[in-house]
Design a protein around this ligand. Sequence first.
Ligand SMILES: [Zn+2]
Length: 50
Amino acid sequence: MKTTLPCPCGQVIRGEDEDDLVEKAFEHLREKHPAMAEDYEREHILFMAY
Ligand SMILES: [Zn+2]
């Protein structure tokens, strides 16, 4: 299960499970990278996560 997402900005986002990770990743994107948040979908987040 993937629980870690290294954002290109340098911040590492961690979740308890994939759902939690995706949720936290979108929170981060909306806050820090609003333009990216519109383009990204769950599968993109999980593709970059490990
Ligand atoms: Zn970021």
